[in-house]
Design a binder for this molecule. Structure first.
Ligand SMILES: Cc1cc2nc3c(=O)[nH]c(=O)nc-3n(C[C@H](O)[C@H](O)[C@H](O)COP(=O)(O)OP(=O)(O)OC[C@H]3O[C@@H](n4cnc5c(N)ncnc54)[C@H](O)[C@@H]3O)c2cc1C
Length: 396
């Protein structure tokens, strides 16, 4: 197995790097590099810039407007975006619902939704989890009852990321209660402007409005918004979760954050010396760097072995990737100590240029630390990933 990039890969990397240098707006870049919050407009702006270049849908086949890149090229692109500090392309449309529409949708659904996802005309959110149905997703209770040409949807979704901005939600709904729980689920596309939908914010530990509860009260959804066959939604849902896991290790961002960590640890002092010279702190940074290098090699092994869509190894990448991300935020907070404590929302939201409470580098770090507690929960909690590893890899 050769884990080195070929000359073509390196030429591709240089092309991506040059493009990002020329096209990433500096104000967006500064927000990302400095851990500021991004608005809906920020995400949409970057999506539209990449769409113009034809580089939004790196995992789609070329026939639908994707790049048709190899897994290695996709990896290089993600690495370069992380290195440069681009906003993310949000996964809900491009990486989640689009592959399901391509694989199981009818022609009319493909023709209508896919171009709108590419151009960011529709902002999508994911309606899977419900109160009491997260890890045990198949127990979900939101009902969809057929009434002529419509389904009438009643129930509640929760933890719905950025639903406050969404035009569309893809939902798992129960269409049959008399069968095994996995067999009575369907996959519906629902327009968020339909009467009967209420979105309520859930404010996270860092005071950010990132997730929501979404309530459905007699919401009328046209039958043509059903994906595939009624009661086959569980199959489509599992297919989607396989796609959710691409770039789950987020190695590129962790590499950038490690450099940031080293910079702030060189700037902040302990006993009159730069903290990075403190033997105990330096050894914590070094162990993390070793873990990160090992993760990077593992990601490259996965890419070189198959089509770039990891199977159960994705669970391993998710656990290690999120542990490293969380550890980075812990060491950042440790580096800045009390300077990270004051909470300055105006600075975080980009309303003021400098933090009123001290060092600009330090001000966002406590909210960043709190926000990243989520990573071991979402996308299938790390405990659930460990169950998958014991069953699918270790065969226990
Ligand atoms: C920030 C954030 C954003 C999210 N965004 C979305 C979204 O956009 N759309 C969406 O549909 N969902 C979203 N989720 C929901 C997410 O998928 C669920 O939170 C996750 O699946 C866990 O489910 P739960 O919260 O119901 O916890 P539970 O399933 O109740 O789990 C509680 C605890 O018990 C543990 N546990 C549960 N079952 C087992 C088991 N069998 N073995 C060992 N341990 C177990 C879990 O690991 C966890 O620690 C988001 C969550 C967060 C935190």
């Amino acid at each position: 197995m050769d884990l080195n990039y070929t000359a073509e890969d390196l030429a591709f990397r240089d092309k991506v790097r040059a493009y990002l240098e020329a096209n990433l707006p500096p104000d967006l870049q500064q927000k990302v590099l400095n851990h500021k919050r991004l608005s809906r407009e920020d995400f949409v702006r970057w999506h539209k810039i990449l769409a113009k270049q034809g580089w939004v849908a790196t995992g789609w086949p070329a026939e639908y407007g994707g790049t048709g890149w190899t897994p290695t090229q996709r990896h290089i692109f993600e690495e370069e975006c992380a290195r440069a500090g681009t906003p993310a392309i949000l996964p809900f449309g491009v990486n989640m619902v689009a592959p399901v529409i391509m694989a199981f949708g009818n022609q009319a659904q493909k023709d209508y939704y896919l171009p709108r996802i590419l151009s960011c005309e529709d902002w999508w959110c994911q309606g899977y989890s419900e109160p009491g149905s997260g890890s045990d997703l198949a127990s979900l209770k939101t009902r969809a009852e057929r009434d002529g040409d419509h389904y009438i949807v009643n129930g509640q979704k929760t933890w719905t990321t950025l639903a406050q901005h969404a035009d569309m939600i893809f939902c798992l709904v129960r269409t049959d209660t008399g069968v095994r729980k996995q067999e009575g689920i369907s996959f519906l596309l629902i327009d968020m402007k339909t009467p009967g939908i209420t979105v309520r914010p859930i404010i996270m530990l860092d005071e950010e409005h990132e997730v929501n509860e979404v309530f459905f009260d007699n919401v009328k959804v046209p039958v043509q918004n059903l994906i595939g066959e009624e009661n086959k939604g569980w199959t489509y849902a599992k297919y989607l979760l396989g796609h959710e896991r691409t770039n789950i290790a987020a190695v590129g961002r962790a590499k950038r954050e490690l450099q940031f960590l080293k910079r702030i640890a060189a700037k902040h002092q302990k006993n009159g010396q730069p903290l990075i010279n403190d033997a105990v702190y330096a050894s914590k940074v070094a162990s993390l760097e070793v873990e990160l290098m090992a993760l990077e090699i593992t990601v490259l092994r996965v890419i070189s072995q198959d089509s770039g869509r990891p199977g159960p190894e994705a669970s391993l990448l998710k656990i290690k990737g999120t542990e490293i991300q969380q550890r980075l935020t812990e060491l950042m907070v440790e580096a800045v100590g009390p300077y990270g404590l004051p909470f300055d929302p105006a600075f975080l939201e980009g309303e003021t240029e400098h933090s009123v409470v001290g060092d600009d580098d330090a001000a966002p770090l406590a909210p960043y630390y709190f926000n990243f507690r989520k990573t071991s929960i979402y996308g299938g909690s790390n405990e659930i990933q460990k169950n998958i590893i014991t069953q699918m890899i270790l065969g226990l």
